[in-house]
Ligand binder design. Structure first.
Ligand code: ADP
Ligand code: ZN
Ligand code: ZN
Length: 732
């Protein structure tokens, strides 16, 4: 009896049994291969988990699978195991988790092979003499083919003015032929394209430590912004390449940091593949296969690239490891940073988590000696750290968020011939539109949130559910026409800066101005001319950019995060402030950072500004330990949302009650809640959450497995949408 136990991409957390397709030899079916099966009235692509000889279902009820799609599994064993482990750890349906580890074309059942590139060449006994004397064009084409013994694409030939008909004629005369081209890389060429920089002492020490790593080696590389971490990555990768290995580099957002990709491509003469969101499904599969087959030597990608297979893995680098984008926030809620550690452990290689502002989780792991801890405390080259000033704006009139003394400072900076960066973490014109007569505020009717006023084009926009409406002419309450924008977002600040500095270009960089594909690149080009200009933007400006001519960074509204409901609010604020500040004075120009704040005396801000991130992080960790918050305890959230107020909360209360009476709570595991979510209503749904915490991961996960199983079986769950978030990045 042979039964195929399959993972099928459905929301159900279980495997499915099928009989093998009729008449196939089952002796060499390996777990991991894809199998096409009938599922309801659809055909789905599943993945073989195991071959069983017994099913809990009566065998006559099992359906035969339709087709075995692979001879060998698309994912190498280590990655297949990682993906299965991850599904279980993050309580996600295994079929969907495995599907998400594969490129879209493989999920749909396409063959696991690269697109063939057809090239043209002359046949071995081709000769122009055999062509008629008058066939000039044919002779010309044949000579062109003879000049390219490696083959030439039909596109290239067309560009030279030879049409397809001409090629066909040569083929018919036995003079030309097409063949399938398998790109190979000249492995004997030097891997370097440009010489590496000479490292300073701290960089050299870090590189040396990385080069001495053997087997599984998790490393935190903590280096202030501009300290030359990227240079250390490049040289660590160089060593791996020389040993025939490959490197995987994870970055927060490729579209925003084209410079980083360029640095990898200009340093090395090896194939680099970049997995960015503009790739077609076909291009993505080709890139994935190049990595799997060892042809691509460096793979750069965002979160989902963590599942890219490598034939000869050498090192994994997670740049800006603190960045929240490494954690997927919906559906399959995995953390690519944490999976990078789990992956490196399976592949027995080094994994470098790099940041100027490491997450407290990672710092804690380094302190516990679970990670090796490397530090770079000085800026590289001639650059020096920027001077930091807290500007108290209490009782000061603000003009679109800018105080008079800041405006003065911007003026002197521009006059000295350098550039200014103004950071404001809010896009749109103003965060609220309010009635001057009665205080009414334009709210989103689907969320517990205000609508943001946008001027360009004019509309109200909810940044939580994306609802957009025209700007009302009258107050929704008293009918007055005295509606006014309150507060400032990037659009409004841009407006005022343009009026204040009419002769200086003002570039706004936020989600609204970078929608167009090449918009970001265009603006970067202008910035890199070095001419005086003002950049106004959101946290998009904080990520990995190198602006050599920016000497003044102004931070307008970052201190609101100090009082966030989330216990990570403080950490996030500190990281954001220091990342933005890090854009100042990166080359030979010393930089200055001015942070406007209403809380200039706040002890946390004071520590951050005067003693730096390390001291701040120490104190923050001490407080987390005292309050028993992560990383000193592990969290999972059961979230629920339902139509109608109170229903999600009642559902969670019932779940808790039922489970508390039914099971022995594993030791040290606690429930907290249910509570309404901090923004209770969102996109028309009412939301609540139940927090589950434990000191011991194993015990916590034991409860989570029971919980998931219970929720899957429970009929009540049909009326609410629920999800489990393990190690949540936001606790609301
Ligand atoms: P980080 O990634 O830590 O922010 P980068 O690697 O981007 O820092 O380095 C910042 C700048 O310093 C870059 O322009 C880089 O070329 C330069 N740099 C890095 N290392 C050195 C070095 N050893 N000597 C001179 N310049 C360096
Ligand atoms: Zn009113
Ligand atoms: Zn909304």
């Amino acid at each position: 009896m042979v039964i195929l136990r399959l993972a099928i991409p459905t929301p159900m957390r279980r495997s499915f049994d099928y009989l093998p397709p009729q008449g196939i030899d089952c002796s060499n079916l390996t777990p991991g291969i894809r199998v096409k099966v009938p599922f309801g009235n659809r055909e789905l692509v599943g993945i073989l988990l195991e071959i069983a000889n017994h099913s809990e279902f009566p065998v006559h009820k099992l359906k035969p699978a339709l087709e075995v799609l692979d001879e060998t599994p698309p994912l190498p064993t280590h990655l297949f195991e990682l993906a299965r482990w991850s599904a279980s750890y993050y309580q996600h349906p295994v079929g969907d988790a495995l599907a998400q580890a594969l490129p879209v074309l493989l999920r749909k059942g396409s063959p696991c092979e690269r697109a063939h590139e057809h090239l043209w060449r002359a046949t071995c006994d081709a000769s122009p003499e055999q062509l008629g004397k008058t066939a000039h064009k044919q002779r010309e084409l044949l000579s062109a083919l003879i000049e390219h013994p490696q083959g030439i694409s039909s596109d290239a030939l067309r560009a030279e003015g030879y049409n397809t008909q001409l090629l066909k004629t040569l083929v018919e005369k036995g003079q030309a032929e097409s063949f399938v081209h398998h790109p190979t890389h000249d492995t004997h060429a030097d891997i370097l394209h440009e010489a590496p920089l000479t490292l300073n002492t701290q960089q050299a020490a870090a590189l040396d430590a990385l080069n001495r790593c053997e087997g599984f080696a998790p490393v935190l590389l903590e280096g202030i912004t501009g300290s030359g971490k990227t240079e250390v990555y490049l040289q660590a990768i160089e060593k791996q390449l020389r040993e025939g290995k490959q490197a995987l580099v994870l970055v927060p957002e490729i579209g925003l940091t084209p410079q980083t990709v360029t640095r990898f491509k200009t340093r090395f003469q090896v194939p680099v593949v970049v997995l960015h969101s503009n790739l077609s499904d076909r291009q993505r599969l080709d890139a994935w296969l190049q990595a799997r087959d060892g042809d691509a030597r460096i793979v750069i990608g965002t979160r989902s690239a963590i599942f890219t297979p490598l034939k000869n893995p050498g090192i994994i680098i997670v740049d800006e490891e603190h960045d929240p984008s490494f954690k997927q926030q919906d559906g399959y809620r995995y953390s690519a940073r944490d999976l990078a550690i789990a992956r490196a452990q399976r592949e027995k290689i080094a994994v470098v988590l790099g940041s100027a502002t490491p997450s407290l989780e990672t710092l804690h792991n380094a302190q516990q000696l679970r990670y090796q801890w490397l530090r770079i405390t000085e800026r590289a080259g001639n650059a020096s750290a920027p001077r930091f000033e807290l500007l108290d704006v209490k009782h000061q009139p603000l003009q679109a968020g800018l105080s008079a003394s800041l405006i003065e400072k911007i003026r002197t900076t521009l006059n000295s011939g350098t550039q200014v960066l103004v950071f404001i973490n809010r896009r749109g014109f103003a965060p609220t539109l309010s009635c001057h007569d009665c205080g009414w505020i334009a709210d989103c009717n689907r969320c517990d949130a205000h609508m943001t006023l946008h001027r360009n084009p004019p509309h109200l926009h909810c940044h939580h559910c994306d609802k957009q409406t025209p700007i009302p002419m009258r107050c929704g309450d008293c009918g007055s026409d005295q509606l006014q924008p309150i507060g400032a977002g990037t659009e409004r600040t841009e407006d005022s800066l343009k009026r204040l500095f009419p002769d200086t270009p003002v570039l706004r960089i936020d989600r609204d101005t970078t929608q167009r594909k090449d918009a970001m690149a265009q603006m970067m080009k202008q910035i890199h001319t070095g001419e005086p200009c003002i950049l106004v933007g959101t946290q998009m400006l904080a990520k990995g950019h190198h602006f050599p001519k920016v000497t003044l960074v102004a931070i307008l509204n970052a201190d609101s995060g100090l009082f966030s409901a989330d216990f990570r609010g403080m950490e996030r604020t500190a990281q954001l402030v220091l990342q933005v500040a890090g854009r100042a004075g990166r080359a030979d120009h010393p930089g200055e950072v001015i942070m406007q704040t209403y809380h200039a005396d706040h002890p946390t801000l004071q520590h951050l500004v005067h003693q730096g991130y390390a001291t701040f992080a120490q104190q923050e960790l001490a407080q987390r330990q005292q309050a028993q918050l992560p990383p000193y305890i592990h969290y999972a959230l059961l979230r629920a949302e339902a139509n109608g107020s109170g229903r999600a909360e009642a559902f969670l209360a019932a779940v808790r009650e039922q489970l508390e009476s039914d099971i022995l709570l594993p030791s040290g595991v606690q429930w907290l809640g249910p509570f309404p979510s901090p923004m209770e209503k969102r996109a028309g749904m009412h939301r609540a959450q139940l927090l589950i915490q434990g000191h011991n991961r194993r015990n916590l996960h034991q409860l989570l497995h029971t919980l998931t199983h219970f929720l899957e079986q429970n009929r009540e769950t049909r009326k609410v949408r629920w999800s489990i978030d393990v190690d949540p990045a936001d606790t609301f």
